[in-house]
Write a protein that binds this ligand. Structure first.
Ligand code: SF4
Ligand code: SF4
Length: 55
């Protein structure tokens, strides 16, 4: 299990700064490395467009 960034990502970069694992990388949309994500949910709370979902 890992969180995932969907197409509604606006590439603002907020989630990347909030992730304690450094699991989020830049892109369009931004991307979460499932090997690093610990499902803490910090990125979900930080995302202004609701683009991040738990799989
Ligand atoms: S916080 Fe949301 S909109 Fe911003 S880069 Fe992350 S997923 Fe995309
Ligand atoms: S759920 Fe937590 S560990 Fe996973 S990408 Fe989001 S902030 Fe990083």
């Amino acid at each position: 299990m890992a969180h995932k960034i969907t197409d509604t990502c606006a590439a603002c970069g907020t989630c990347k700064d909030e992730c304690p694992q450094g699991a989020i990388s830049e892109g369009s949309p931004y991307k979460i490395d499932p090997e690093l994500c610990i499902d803490c949910g910090a990125c979900v709370a930080a995302c202004p467009t609701g683009a991040i979902v738990a799989e």
